[in-house]
Write a protein that binds this ligand. Structure first.
Ligand SMILES: Nc1nc2c(ncn2[C@@H]2O[C@H](COP(=O)(O)OP(=O)(O)OP(=O)(O)O)[C@@H](O)[C@H]2O)c(=O)[nH]1
Ligand SMILES: [Mg+2]
Length: 253
């Protein structure tokens, strides 16, 4: 199957909100394919080089039933670094009779491949940021998160309005930073401007923590859901994927 950089969900959303008399945005790509009863969505795994993005996809590929996935396409260097992207289509169940097919992409984390990273983000429906927990990779994590914001902004996308989850990978390593430090650096929260949304929202994945909360200073913030992972063993890989795919389907509804 040829890799596609088009997002099916986003055009579905566009089509829904478009005046059908113009038909302009409907394109010839059927994002919700009524004939085959499929919804297709694009999820991009972003993050610093060697953080474990490709490993996430390899684990998904290895675990899902062969009939529910396509080929894992990897364009890599001889040393297994992602050169352009990895691509894996997987079916993650059915909603209202429609098969939900997720097109998983990774970007190349190495700093100098920004043109590829940006291209791969086009028409994204959901993002997983794979951070490297190792203390010495904190700077690389921050740089990659900033680069994600910058590239999104160039497309006019707003990360705070997008299905977005963070994965702290390599939790098995002795030099892994505490989660609180990673959260403070990479997921400090963004301001909740809409007063009607100033309500505490418990984090369903971490008892006692909140996704939306009021800080001691009075400001309301929302954080992205986060997951700890050891992608080489598969720990946390499906929790992350399930969370982002749920958010994507919610955004479609
Ligand atoms: N110890 C440990 N190693 C990991 C983990 N996840 C991935 N790795 C290793 O880290 C290295 C890099 O993993 P990749 O998945 O290739 O990283 P990437 O984010 O795709 O890197 P780029 O393609 O360069 O952006 C590989 O040797 C993996 O086996 C983990 O949870 N723990
Ligand atoms: Mg890679």
């Amino acid at each position: 199957m040829a890799p596609r950089l088009m997002s099916i969900c986003s055009v579905a959303r566009m089509t829904k909100s478009t005046n059908s008399s113009t038909g302009e945005e409907e394109l010839d790509v059927s994002m919700i394919n009524y004939a085959s009863r499929e919804i297709n969505c694009k999820i991009v795994y972003y993050g610093p080089g060697l953080g474990g993005k490709t490993t996430n996809l390899e684990h998904v590929y290895g675990k899902v039933k062969p009939e529910t996935r396509g080929k894992l396409i990897s364009l890599a260097t001889e040393t297994e670094r992602t050169l352009f992207f990895d691509f894996l289509p997987v079916d993650l169940g059915t909603i209202r009779g429609f098969k939900t097919r997720f097109h998983l992409y990774t970007v190349p984390g190495q700093v100098y491949y920004n043109a590829s990273r940006k291209l791969i983000l086009k028409n994204v429906d959901g993002i997983v940021f794979v951070g490297d927990s190792q203390a010495e990779r904190m700077e690389a994590n921050l740089e990659s998160m900033q680069n994600l914001y910058d590239n999104m902004t160039e497309y006019g996308y707003d990360l705070t309005q997008m299905p977005f989850v963070i994965q702290y990978n390599k939790r098995d390593l002795a030099n892994a930073s505490p989660i609180e430090d990673l959260q403070a650096a990479l997921n400090p929260g963004w301001e909740v401007e809409d007063a009607s949304k100033h309500r505490v929202q418990p984090d369903p994945y971490h008892a006692g923590q909140n996704l939306v909360e009021q800080l001691p200073g009075g400001e309301w913030v929302e954080r992205a859901p986060y997951f700890e992972a050891i992608a080489v063993n598969g720990d946390g890989v499906f929790d992350t994927l399930k969370a982002v795919s749920k958010l994507v389907l919610k955004a479609l509804a």
